[in-house]
Design a protein around this ligand. Sequence first.
Ligand code: PEP
Ligand code: MG
Length: 545
Amino acid sequence: MEIYCGKSVYNGIAIGKIHLLSEPSSAVSRLRINDVPAEIVRFQEAKTEASHQLSDLYEKTVREVGQANAAIFEIHAMMLEDADYITSIENIIRTQSVNAEYAVSVTGDNFSKMFLTMDDEYMQARSADVRDISDRIIRILLGVSVSDNPDEPSIILADDLAPSRTVQLDKKLALSFVTVHGSSNSHTAILARTLNIPSIIGCKIEITPELNGRIAIADGHSGRLIIDPDDETLGQMNRRRLEDENNRRMLGELKGKPTVTSDGRLIRLYANIGSDGDLASVFRNDAEGIGLFRSEFIYLGRNSYPSEEEQFSIYKKVAETMAGKPVIIRTLDIGADKKADYFQLGHEENPAMGFRAIRICLSHPEVFRTQLRAIFRAGAYGSISVMYPMITSLGEIRRIKEITDEVKAELRAENIEYADIPQGIMIETPAAAIISDILADEVDFFSIGTNDLTQYTLAADRQNDKIDGFYEPHHPAVLRLIERTVKNAHKSGIWCGICGELGADTKMTETFIRMGIDELSVAPSAVLPVRLAVRKACAGYEGAK
Ligand code: PEP
Ligand code: MG
C-alpha cells in the first residue's frame, strides 16, 4: 500500500482503478538511442496503430453521431500520412539519434506553429489537428491510454488538467480527479465540485506509466491517494463511504424546502453549470435556478467556433428544461486558463490580466454578436438573463449595450423571435466593485465573482499552486469590496448575488446574508449544504427585508 498526500478540493471517497491522463507532447523527454533503424520501426508501428485507432473512431462516430461529426477523424488519418510530417520525424530520429517520442513532439510543435501562421482559416484550424495526431502517436509510444476516456469508471490521475481536456472527458467515467499541480480555484476543482466527486490537487506523486490501472482510493476527506490499499483500509473507506451516503440522505430531506433564514428572509439559491450535461445535477440537488452558466465550455475542446444555431439549441434546451426557473448565461469568458487553439490567443506574459473575457468579445464583435443572438433568441423559451464577465469600466457596459441594441434590432428586422432579457454584470475586478455605485445604474443585476475578485484584489494568481496561501477569499479587502457592491446595488434598486466559490462557504453564509446578499449561486453539490446554512442563519435587523 502506498499513500500520497495532497489537498482536497471536494470531499467523499472514490475507489477504483487509476486512469492516467498522459501529458501533452511538450512534456516528452529527449533521450539518446543507439539503434536508429529500430527506433524508426518503433515510430512506424506506432503510426500504423494510430491509423487503426482513427479508422475505428471514425466508424464508431459515424454510427453514434453521424458522418459530419466523424469527418475530423478522416482529416486526422490523412494528416498522419503526410509525407513532410513523416519525413521530418524520421529525419530527427536519424540525424540526432533520439527517441521517437521526442521527434514526434518536436515535429508536431513545428507543424502546428507553421499552420497557425498561414493566412487561410482552414489551414490555421489544422494546427490543433497536427497536435492531436502527434499526441496520439506519443501516447501509443509511451504505452499510455490514447483516449482521455477510461474504459470503466476510474480515478483520473494527471499532472494537471486544462479545461480543454476535462471538457472532452466522459464525466460518467470520472470517479475522482487527482492532480499533481492545480489550485483549489482552478476550473478542474470547480468541475469536480459540480460533479460531486472527491478530488485532490497538489498530490505529491511521481507520475509513471505503471500507475495506470492500479487499484486506488481517492480520499477527498483527508486529501490522500492510497494505491493498492490493504483490506483493513478498504474496509475503513467503505464504512466512511456509507457515512457520506447517510449525510447526503439527511441533506436530501431539505429538497423542496424554502431557502429562508430563521427570521424569515428568502435567499435565492441557484447552481453554477458548465454545460447542459450538468442539468441533471441541478435537479438532483434541488437548485432554484442557474445563477451562472459558464458558456465558454461550449467553445472548448473543439476546432472551430460554435455556430449561432448550435448555441441557440443548447441555451434553449437549458431554458426549457429549467421550465421557467431563472437561467443566467454568462457570455464567453475565454482566455487565461481556458484556451482553444482556434482563437489564436498567442502567448501572453500575464494571461489572467490579459486578453480575456469581455475584452476578447469587444474586440471580436462578430464572435460576440453570434453568441448574443443565440442567447436573446433562447430568451423566448424560458427565464433567461445574460451577464458579462471581467467588467472594469462604464465604457465597456455602454459599448456592450450598443451592441446588444443592434443585435436586437437585427433580430426584429429579420422577424426572428427573441426576448428582451435582463442584463447584468459580474463584479470580479476591484475596479468594478469600487465603481459599483456608477455601474449599478446601468444594469439589471450584479453577480460577484469571488474567484477572480480575490485574485485581482490580492494580486494572487488563482492558478498558481505556489501561492495558494496568498489567495485568501476571506481577506478583509475582498469582504469589504463585496459589502460595498451589495450596498451600491441596493441603492440603485437592483439585486446582487455571489457566484464565485466563496458563495458555497457555509461558514460565511450568515455574514453574506447580513451584508444583504440576495442570491447565492454555487456548485450543484453545495446547494443543499448552503440551504441548511441559510435556514440556520439569522438575517438580523439590517439584512431582514
Ligand atoms: C469568478 O471569477 O468568481 C467566477 C465565478 O468566474 P470563473 O470562476 O469562471 O472565472
Ligand atoms: Mg471569473
